[in-house]
Design a protein around this ligand. Structure first.
Ligand code: ADP
Ligand code: MG
Length: 657
């Protein structure tokens, strides 16, 4: 007996508050949503101590009439619905008439408000749900709520709060979502007296993103503008370079309301799959306009989950929207013919940025519709009719080239000679017949030399493994690696070494059917000659085997979506043309991938000279180099390494004669 009681109003409000108001961020959300409903165009949110001790929300909306203010704090007080049927239209907005009562029940709250028609404003103070005072006050049109000491009377709730900085982080994240959802409203967020974000309220989403995330992000975006089966997709998706290790920078809105949904995440990520490294997640602000009958929002105010009646349609619209954003970007690339070079030099980068800036607001839909974009499950693997890789080159038994330095010669003569002899070979037979160049190199080595050098050649010629034992001294001119071992100094041409590694790696992978491709950031659209076009299409399987993903894109035009992964970093259209030319030249009517084409890919992908390398990088390069079949020459037959003996140096310095 006496077990069942009717809760008093205060207790009921506190319980309700627990559902609606979980933490400072939920107070901010409710107050800001009210301000938005009141037609505000500028909203300022200020917090202190993560919002636990102080939250202020000021808006320039319609305000409340003095008669209405007090009742606004009662449960189920709302100006927004009058009867139960209205709830249907508002179901996405959470519980009605709960927020103010709930906040007031668990805090010290005051509100100043004035409508445009009234001369003076109203000040109401509430504590733990009890109205303490109502008075007149001078204030501008609009409303300011100040919420102090949240959960002062509900210790269990208070205990659940995290530390101030964490709570401030939640508020900040909430503000970001609200600002992104409302580019028409100027939001200012102040945390512990510091302005954290301030959006312009100029109706432009890009400006909002710029003010929230900065220039770096804003200039790495592609606009979304797509419609399919009545589902409109707009907003922005970030290029791979701004992808992050978490999904925190993915924002989805349906009809202006922030939501989370796995189908949307999947569509986005599938559309950028090969563009973005594993465990990285693209940035996006996606606005979906969907007829409200086609989805269901869980009406709990803390839940943002939606269910779609046709998930496939939503997936497809977003997937294609994102895909075409990337395709549209490629058109811009083609007209400017700027090479994609993320690790390029400062000069390239500047040009690149300008192109991107200009393309910001270019809606995808104004561009020719992308072709042959299929959903992942629709993609059919092209049957691989390829065959075994090109012939293996024989491993030459060639020692590191020794540099003979004569006392009577100019300092560089010896080196120059070695290089010039071999590189002239490279332009002759060496290119198509690698074996020849090696024979010739041996011949060069065996040329009559000044006695001392010649002796050294035969006595101290060593295999490449000496490079692994040698001590790394450093790098000179950002081009040559210097090593020391025993009585010898070794100089390595880093570009030649790299070329060799790339060539052998790619060749092996192709032979084993393991060549990997990497999707280019922005696909290239290339117009080809009829001969090139025919050549390419008749050997599509070979191109795929090498790591290219190429599709038809209109008459004599192809779209390059992926390139061999070893080329991914610095691929340009010029490179593609050179590879194609060399491939056609060397294969003629034959099928397969010529060694020369692989040389070309290797050469185009290798790090250029003039790059500073750390010792660990040098070590790794040497290890890779020594694992090669022929670590001694680059693909053009130029030497990779040369050595100079201590004795030679001593002679140069006239220590010995
Ligand atoms: P709801 O928003 O669901 O109506 P709330 O408890 O959040 O319920 O607010 C109660 C009422 O108080 C609102 O319906 C509105 O009339 C009034 N109100 C609250 N905040 C503001 C504001 N910033 N400007 C004008 N009116 C407001
Ligand atoms: Mg409300």
């Amino acid at each position: 007996m006496g077990r069942i009681i009717i809760l008093d109003e205060k207790t009921a409000n506190q319980i309700a508050a627990g559902e609606v108001i979980e933490r400072p961020a939920s107070v901010v959300k409710e107050l800001v949503e009210n301000a938005i409903d009141a037609g505000a165009t500028a909203i300022t949110v200020e917090i202190k101590n993560g919002g636990i001790s102080y939250i202020r929300v000021t808006d320039n909306g319609c305000g409340m009439e003095s008669d209405d203010v007090e009742i606004a704090f009662e449960r189920h007080a709302t100006s927004k619905i009058r009867k139960i049927e209205d709830l249907d239209n508002l179901s996405t907005m959470g519980f009605r008439g709960e927020a103010l009562a709930s906040i007031a029940a668990v805090s010290h709250l005051e509100v100043r408000t004035k409508t445009a028609e009234e001369q003076t404003g109203t000040l109401v103070k509430v504590e733990g749900g009890k109205v303490l005072s109502v008075s007149q006050t001078g204030c501008p049109t609009g409303t300011t709520f100040i919420v102090r000491n949240l959960f002062f009377n509900t210790p269990a709730r208070y205990k659940f709060l995290k530390k101030d900085s964490t709570e401030a982080g939640y508020v900040s994240a909430m503000m970001v979502r609200l600002a992104l959802a409302h580019p028409e409203i100027a939001f200012k967020f102040i945390n512990n007296n510091q302005v954290q974000h301030h959006t312009p309220g100029n109706h432009d989403l890009l400006s909002v993103i710029y003010s929230l995330f900065g220039n770096e992000t804003a200039r790495s975006l592609l606009p979304l503008d797509y419609e399919e089966t009545g589902i409109r997709v707009s907003g922005y998706v970030g290029k791979p370079e701004i992808a992050r290790g978490t999904r925190n920078n993915q924002f989805f809105f349906i009809n202006g309301r922030t939501i989370k949904n796995k189908v949307l995440t999947a569509a986005l990520e599938d559309a950028c799959k090969t563009l973005i490294m594993q465990n990285k997640f693209p940035f996006c602000v996606v606005n979906l306009k969907i007829s409200p009958e086609l989805y269901d929002v869980n009406v709990h105010p803390q839940k943002l989950e939606v269910r779609f009646s046709n998930e496939n349609a939503v997936y497809s619209a977003l997937y294609h929207g994102v895909k075409s954003a990337f395709t549209a970007a490629s058109l811009i690339r083609e007209t400017t013919e700027t090479a994609y070079a993320p690790s390029g030099k400062a000069g390239d980068q500047t040009g690149h940025e300008q192109v991107e800036m200009a393309s910001w607001n270019r809606p995808a839909s104004k561009l020719p519709p992308p072709q042959r974009i299929l959903l992942p499950w629709e993609l059919k693997k092209q049957a691989d009719d390829g065959h075994a890789g090109p012939n293996e080159t024989e491993k030459p038994a060639l020692p590191i080239m020794d540099v003979p330095i004569q006392q009577s010669e100019e300092p560089e003569t010896g080196t120059e000679r070695a290089v010039s002899v071999t590189s002239s070979l490279a332009h002759g037979k060496a290119f198509s017949e690698p074996g020849t160049s090696q024979d010739e190199l041996v011949t060069v080595k065996n040329e009559p030399e000044p006695d001392a050098s010649h002796e050294m050649l035969s006595e101290e010629a060593r295999g490449a493994d000496v490079l692994l034992e040698a001590e790394i001294v450093g790098q000179v001119f950002d081009t040559y690696i210097i090593l020391q071992h025993g009585d010898r100094m070794y100089l390595i041409d880093q570009h030649a070494a790299h070329e060799r590694i790339r060539y052998e790696t790619l060749k092996k992978r192709i032979a084993e059917g393991q060549a990997c491709s990497q999707m280019v950031l922005e696909p290239y659209i290339v117009r080809l000659s009829p001969a090139e076009y025919d050549f390419l299409f008749s050997r599509m399987a070979d191109f795929e085997r090498a790591g290219f993903e190429i599709e038809a894109f209109g008459p004599q035009t192809v779209i390059i979506r992926s390139v061999p992964d070893i080329m991914g970093g610095g691929f340009s259209l010029d490179d593609f043309h050179e590879i194609l030319d060399r491939w056609m030249e060397t294969m003629g009517e034959k099928y397969g991938i010529s060694d020369e084409a692989i040389y070309m890919m290797a050469c185009k992908s290798a790090i250029k000279a003039n790059r500073r390398m750390e010792k660990e990088e040098i070590r790794a390069l040497l290890e890779q180099l020594c694992a090669m079949e022929n670590p001694y020459t680059c693909v053009h037959g130029r030497p990779v390494a040369i050595s100079i003996s201590r004795r030679e140096l001593e002679k140069r310095f006239k220590r010995i004669v």
